[in-house]
Structure formats: structure tokens, C-alpha cells
Design a protein around this ligand. Sequence first.
Ligand code: SAH
Ligand code: SF4
Length: 392
Amino acid sequence: MVNLLQFDRGALAEWCEQQGEQAFRATQLFRWIHQRGERDFAAMSNLAKSFRDKLVASAEVVDLAVASEQVAEDGTIKWLFDVGAGDAVETVFIPETGRGTLCISSQAGCAVNCRFCATGHQGFSRNLTTAEIVAQLWHAEFELRRRLGLREGERAITNVVMMGMGEPLQNYSQLVPALRTMLDDHGYGLSRRRVTVSTSGVVPMMDRLRDDCPVALAVSLHAPDDALRDELVPLNRKYPIAELLASARRYLERAPRDFITIEYCMLDGVNDSPAQAEALLALLHGDGTAAAPGLACKVNLIPFNPFAASGLKRSPAARVAAFAAVLQEGGIVTTIRKTRGDDIAAACGQLAGEVQDRTRVVERRARAAPVRVALPASRRSAGEAVAPGRRS
Ligand code: SAH
Ligand code: SF4
């Protein structure tokens, strides 16, 4: 049985042709699946009976198995989907006035192993397939339409962010067909500006995405210099900041927006000082010379969402505000991300699902001496213990 969620429309047309059907039948079938949420081929009334019979015999639309669903006080919904062999991934729906954002996972676990990320701490099991990536959207969209009693043509999900578990650009071949299905007018019809890929900086794949399927891009920077970024985002040792920003500038040539979003997770005493804000401003603003070209960007500061065993603390709100002010006064549009769904551990970086770590990174970390991010001397003795706020 072939799972039709695996195919973007082009691939579905090829498959239909292999079944002896004309390519335009693929568009009809695609619309049944992705615009109407239908998985019962017998109900697809505009398809010939012979084609429907073939579909019943050889194809299926596989929904994800819901392991649990939680609803936060603020209306955020988190699904835990069992994807087999002991792995489970999380998907989060964030309702806001006038829009609904779905945060989708791309991998079971993540191999990048960022210091401040719950997913990274779990290690890595496997890439999700295109079908599993699309199924998160398919499940959430049609489930929400039913619950909200939406009429045909009304959408529950208006925006997608690839900011769940995993590094999407380390699962490139499965990601791109999924993005195409999201963008397809016969599919979910989302505009390129409303689909965001967030990356920790897989430079060669950023360049490929620019050519293959340019959607909105968010780059997880988290530090103004390589020494600190090497510690926080180990991938930086392979693709340091200068290369990352050069790739981001190339991306802008094709991007659907005229800026890149820079994500910066605010960690108390680690990357949140006024001097670091100045350094970040100099890096991103630049001075127009080849030596300091800067980047057309908006900065999104994310107050760190704590999880057990991270050993890190969220920056106090005043420090986040002061950091934002430096950037803003320097001319960079800066926002502070509102924490959503943290009472159900659905906030940024809290997604952990269940991962069978096949990289043994967790085991290796336990054996090694604890890695310490060097705190600036002035902060080391201050020992500000600020309890992480429930909401920012
Ligand atoms: N792997 C991709 C996308 C998933 S993470 C990436 O790293 O960009 C989505 C965002 O959440 C990233 O910016 C990530 O740095 C941030 N994040 C991770 N852990 C976090 C935490 N504990 N608190 C706040 N943000 C976090
Ligand atoms: Fe992976 Fe992103 Fe978490 Fe880093 S922040 S470990 S890249 S999911």
C-alpha cells in the first residue's frame, strides 16, 4: 500500500500515470485529500469507479496515531503523535486573533544538540518522512475544522512554522515535497510568506532551499560571536557565523520577504548582556562595507523556556527589554516572543516527545565532564536566581 501523503502533486501525477490514469486525475485526488480531508476513496465522487477501485486496492491516506492531546489555558493545543518504534513527535497549534499557526516537527529528536533545547537533549532517532510531516498538518487542519465547525473553504491553519522537534534542513529531501504540498493551490494554498523554515544554520541546505522552494526563513543565531555560538549551537563549528550570514544574504535574493528572521534565545547570564546586544547590533547592522555587510533582518528574542536538566535560566524580563532596546535604537526591528502553551510544555524548545536516541549522544554526554558555558565574570558572582516566569 502506498501512502498518498508522501507525494506532492507532481509526484502524485507520476504515480497516477503509472496506474494508467491521466495526470489531471491527480489534481482531483490531491484536492480531495488536502482540501477536503477525505481519506475514503469510495467517497471521492468525481473520480471514475475504476480509479476508485484501484485506489482502494493499492493506496491509503495514513493519519498519525494520537498518543495524547493537551490543551493549554491560552488555547494552545499540543498533540503527541506516535510514529512507531518507541518514537513520538509533537505538533503545536497556536491560535491568535485572525490567524492560526501550526508548529510542525521534522525529525524524531535532533542531532544538532543545542545546549538550551529539550529536543536536542534527547538525541536523535530518525528523520520523519514527507508523509509524516504533511500528516501533522492534515490531522490538525481537518480535526480543527470539525471542532470549530468551519464551513468549506474556511481554514483553521493560516501559518506553518517548521519549529517543532528537529532540524528541518537536516531532513531536506523529505521536507521539500512537504513544503510544496503546503504551498500548492490545490493543497493547503499557504503563501510562501506564511510558511517558515527555522534552521540552526545548515548553510549548504539554506542555499538549496533558496533555489528549490524559497519560503520565509528564520535563522537561530543565539550568540553574537563564534566562541559562544560554538558552545550553544555545536553546528557553528562547521558553519560559523560569517558563512551563515553570507548564506542568509544569498537567501534574501529569492526570499518571499525582504528580511530574514533572527531567533535569539535569551539565557540568563550567558548571551543577554548589554555588550552582547551591542555586538549583535554591529554584526547584523554592519556598516555597509564588505568587512561588515550586515543582514536585512528582524530579531525575535525568545525568553528561554526551561526544562529539567538544562542547567540554564531564563533572562529576567528587564534584561530582555534592555537587550531589545539596544537593537531597536540601532535600527533593527526587534520583537520579544510571547510564550504560549508553557503550562503543557508546548513552548519553544520544550518539545520533547519520545525519542529512542540512536546516536548515543545522551549516553556520551553523561560520560563526559559537564560542558559549561563560560559566564562573564561580572555575572558569575551575582548569582541572580530568578524563577522563570509562567508567561512573558
Ligand atoms: N531546529 C530548528 C527549528 C526548531 S527549534 C532551529 O533550531 O531553528 C525552534 C526555535 O526554538 C529555535 O529558534 C530554537 O533555537 C528555539 N529554542 C530551542 N530551545 C528553546 C528553549 N528551551 N527556549 C526557547 N527557545 C528555544
Ligand atoms: Fe535541534 Fe533546533 Fe533544538 Fe538545536 S534548537 S537541538 S537545531 S531542534
